[in-house]
Design a protein around this ligand. Structure first.
Ligand code: FES
Length: 173
């Protein structure tokens, strides 16, 4: 990388120096640097709770590709969002097994208890929820995850427990 390129990255960087080091490490983690792009994007999603256009721009420079390519990757994988999710991103499976096991009712509960619609975030930024395709945990139907961690079979009690993790502020009472 030329010093002019490095300077332009620094000037445009939406990341701290420590974060830049981590992102840069993904360019060397695999034989082909592009394989690290997904991991870098995953990291950015965790930090910013979304992947913003300026993040895409930075990653495109870093991985020597186009912003359009990074944007296509971000659009293809549901893991990546354009606007911030909640710090606790709840995923409710609505695949066939989970739909048959009552995921619609759990979706209604989430909307009622969090007081936000799907893909919206609570005003304090703590929670968002969304329906997802099969999570590979059909034996737990209807399956629910929080930040990619499987919580198990979604019941009203489990939903309450997940929400109570923030002190029960969203119990909707
Ligand atoms: S259909 Fe829901 S986890 Fe497979």
């Amino acid at each position: 990388m030329s010093s002019a390129q490095a300077q332009s990255l620094v000037e445009a960087s939406p990341f701290s120096p420590e974060e830049e080091k981590i992102l840069n490490s993904w360019t060397k983690a695999y034989p082909h640097p592009m394989m690290g792009l997904l991991e870098a994007m995953r990291q950015v999603q965790t930090w910013h709770l979304c992947v913003r256009p300026k993040d895409e721009e930075y990653l495109a420079d870093l991985f020597k590709t186009t912003q359009n390519h990074v944007h296509q990757v971000a659009t293809f994988f549901p893991l990546f969002t354009k606007k911030p999710t909640g710090r606790k991103r709840i995923g409710l499976c609505h695949g066939l097994s989970c739909a048959m096991a009552g995921s619609d009712r759990i979706a209604e509960l989430l909307e009622k208890k969090l007081r936000v619609k799907e893909f919206e975030t609570t005003p304090d930024g703590e929670f968002s929820w969304e329906e997802m395709e099969c999570l590979g945990a059909c034996e737990h139907a209807p399956a629910i995850i929080v930040n990619e961690e499987l919580k198990g079979k979604a019941t009203e009690n489990l939903v309450d427990e997940v929400i109570a993790g923030s002190g029960g502020r969203h119990n909707g009472q």
